[in-house]
Design a protein around this ligand. Structure first.
Ligand SMILES: Nc1ncnc2c1ncn2[C@@H]1O[C@H](COP(=O)(O)OP(=O)(O)O)[C@@H](O)[C@H]1O
Ligand SMILES: O=P([O-])([O-])O[C@@H]1[C@@H](O)[C@H](O)[C@@H](O)[C@H](O)[C@@H]1O
Length: 384
């Protein structure tokens, strides 16, 4: 499953649509001093779960130790001198006023960072910088910006710091990090509402699109000239782990397939809501996935006839957005498939070699970096 030579594990040297960069990890969910579950974790695993579920080929760069214990489709780089990143998530603090279950995260083991030389030499349309344990270095993000048409960043990859004694995750202000000056060159910055207070959204939205996820309330998209709230899907929450990651997977899956930003954000909300209903890495029912793919195709055909006279329209809700929300919501209600149809798992996901025709993806990636933020950006002293 895993091997030791990093060079041998560079993703295939061919143009790829989605490049996911972030370490896999071992997640341990703890409540009342008892281990409730152990699972494959890391934003990369949740995101590839969604992207593959939508039949979109991708590449993934991740590092683990020889102790890595889960089967995965994208062979990680094994570092013999390091252990796999481990997070302990404590759920003892109850439910907050806003209904969001609080969680204290501790990084109890950290694998090596991902370096520019670990990345593939070929271009990708969409790059996703989705570290969880500090593995995305400034130079790694720089390289991703060079080799990807548009880069999507989870703010948790940029602002997490770890207590030197027990590894408790703390957050620092985005503007105090080395990543801040790179904002004008990234496409989308995603943050949860808890993380969003560590940046000045009004400032950051001048440089890139900002998406703030708001748990059961869905999400909000900010760009330099406007903002939109995107409706949620109802869910019976079992475990909030990975909701933000799955959101990002769904959002990018929508954009890759040519959906406008608000419709793609709906797909993000859908996968976020599906994820909180299961403990750990979710298994998506194959009938549900097929229905979602059909709805996305239908939506694409509908939108081909929509007027798009300038770039602004790609951020505004296209006609039929509410109907698309309703269709995705009804897809959630279909009963799970019978036992002979296997639910989707990483081992029956499509490989990079399976070609799904996906129009528009390059245009969407370029829109996010080149058109919406086309004015030259002034830089002063390490700030955008
Ligand atoms: N209880 C919930 N009900 C429905 N959807 C949810 C729920 N919690 C999360 N989601 C979906 O998952 C997304 C990410 O969740 P959020 O809690 O904001 O992020 P994070 O997991 O990073 O803290 C939300 O934008 C929403 O679409
Ligand atoms: O719940 P979420 O914030 O979207 O993402 C989570 C990370 O915050 C956590 O560090 C990791 O261990 C989980 O596997 C998951 O990736």
């Amino acid at each position: 499953m895993v091997a030791t030579a990093a060079a041998a594990h560079k993703p295939q040297q061919q143009q790829t649509r989605v490049l996911i960069v972030g370490n896999y990890c071992h997640d341990v969910l703890i409540q009342d001093d008892t281990v409730k579950a152990e699972s494959l974790g890391g934003a990369a695993s949740f995101i590839s779960n969604v992207v593959n579920g939508m039949s979109i080929p991708c590449n993934l760069v991740s590092k683990v130790g020889e102790d890595f214990k889960y089967p995965v489709d994208y062979t990680p780089i094994v570092i013999p001198t390091s252990k796999t990143t481990v997070f302990h998530a404590y759920f003892d603090l109850g439910i907050l006023e806003n209904g969001h279950q609080d969680r204290v995260l501790k990084r109890v083991c950290a694998c090596d960072p991902i370096r520019p030389s670990d990345l593939p030499d070929v271009r990708s349309n969409f790059g996703m910088a989705v570290g969880v344990g500090g593995e995305i270095l400034p130079e790694t993000l720089e390289r991703m910006i060079e080799i990807c048409d548009a880069v999507f960043v989870d703010i948790q990859a940029l602002i997490r710091v770890f207590d030197s004694v027990d590894g408790t995750v703390k957050l620092v202000k985005l503007e105090e990090t080395e990543f801040y000056s790179m904002l004008p060159r990234i496409g989308v910055l995603k943050a949860s509402s808890e993380e969003a207070v560590f940046m000045d959204v009004e400032e950051v939205r001048k440089w890139c699109c900002v998406v703030v996820t708001t748990g059961k309330d869905g999400c909000k998209v900010y760009w330099k000239d406007g903002e939109l709230r995107i409706s949620p899907f109802s869910a019976n929450q079992e475990d909030p782990t990975g909701a933000g990651d799955s959101f990002l997977g769904g959002f990018v899956a929508g954009l890759v397939q040519g959906l406008a930003v608000p419709d793609a954000a709906l797909l993000g909300n859908l996968f976020g809501s599906l994820t909180v209903e299961q403990i750990g890495l979710p298994k998506f029912d194959s009938r549900l996935l097929q229905r979602v793919k059909d709805e996305v195709q239908r939506r694409k055909m509908q939108c081909l006839h929509c007027e798009r006279s300038d770039n602004e329209l790609d951020f505004l809700k296209p006609v039929g957005h509410e109907q698309f929300h309703a269709s995705l919501g009804s897809a959630k209600l279909i009963p799970p498939c019978s036992s002979q149809a296997r639910p989707w798992t990483p081992s029956n996901s499509p490989k990079e070699t399976e070609q799904t025709p996906i129009p528009h993806y390059t245009a969407q990636a370029k829109l996010l970096v080149n058109s919406v933020y086309e004015e030259p950006i002034q830089t002063v002293e390490g700030k955008p």
